[in-house]
Design a protein around this ligand. Structure first.
Ligand code: NDP
Ligand code: 8X3
Length: 252
């Protein structure tokens, strides 16, 4: 029987690359994100290419109601979720705290922390009931060290770090694995969102370094979810070789 993975933020970047790789590796998938058109075309493409079943659910992880309706409304056979990849997230703005835009702060907190929590709250009971499961939370090197102007984004990823540790403890006796993956610099739409659509500025963090790709992270996600039942990678930090941590990078 094919395993089922639910991936949030599958319309772009890490989530989309993970959907492609897991479909290629015979996972049936629930893909989600807000952009319906992208979800629809990914669903068609992957189902045709790899012969797997793909359910596309468009919802906003910031809305408790939308999250609960999406999960409660799953057909029974789709509720047997083996893997939840809590990937949807964003950074918006890069300002000193005294100049920060509080609407940007709300978006980051509501998506990166509350959205991840709503998803976990909706899906974890299904995993507890079936006696197994694996939750993969996408944290960040920004959740390990803080950097100038990173304030609220870093705060949300530090929260993901704490929530991942806490979730692992709470689900321990239920045989549910919890892995946090903390990537460093990877070139996706992330930076375009952070710089509010300014594509030139968005390139600057990656200039002079060999940044990671979304496919690099997808490969790591596939690796951690492919380990045998008695093994769990709890916390994994991965960066380009030219990046030591959230603060130090070596630019050529
Ligand atoms: P992208 O911008 O390429 O992808 C982000 C995804 O999140 C999109 O599919 C987007 O879908 C989804 N998303 C955003 N907000 C919401 C929402 N409210 N509801 C549902 N889906 C949402 O960025 P990445 O792939 O790079 O980022 C994925 C994760 O990785 C994020 O959590 C990010 O913080 C983290 N990360 C990224 C790093 C990087 O350097 N790129 C490094 C470390 C961590 P849609 O807009 O369709 O809703
Ligand atoms: C994304 C990594 O360093 O761009 O989480 O904030 S960074």
């Amino acid at each position: 029987m094919k395993r089922i993975a639910l991936i949030t933020g599958a319309t772009s970047g890490f989530g989309e690359a993970t959907a492609r790789l897991l479909a290629e590796n015979s996972y049936n998938l629930i893909i989600s994100g807000r952009r319906k058109d992208r979800l629809g075309s990914l669903q068609k493409e992957l189902a045709a290419k790899f012969g797997v079943d793909i359910l596309a659910l468009s919802f906003d992880v910031r809305s408790k109601e939308e999250v609960n309706n999406a999960i409660d409304g799953l057909p029974q056979e789709w509720k047997k979720i083996d893997v939840l990849v809590n990937n949807a997230g964003l950074a918006v703005g890069l300002e000193h705290i005294q100049n920060g835009n509080t609407d940007d702060w709300d978006r980051m907190i509501d998506t990166n922390i509350k959205g991840l929590l709503y998803m976990t709250r909706a899906v974890a009971p299904l995993m507890v009931e079936q006696g197994h499961g694996h939750i993969v939370n996408i944290g960040s090197t920004a959740g390990k060290d803080v950097y100038e102007n990173g304030n609220v984004y870093c705060g949300t990823k530090f929260a993901v770090d704490a929530i991942s540790k806490a979730t692992r403890i709470d689900l321990l006796k239920h045989n549910v694995k919890v892995t946090q993956i903390c990537p460093g610099l990877a070139e996706t739409e992330f930076s375009i969102v952070r710089f509010k659509g300014d594509k030139e500025k968005a390139k600057t963090p990656y200039a002079g370094i060999d940044a990671m790709t979304a496919e690099d992270i997808a490969g790591i996600i596939l690796y951690v979810i492919s380990l045998p039942p008695h093994l769990c990678i709890n916390d994994l930090v991965v960066s380009p070789t030219a990046q030591a941590n959230a603060i130090y990078t070596y630019k050529k």
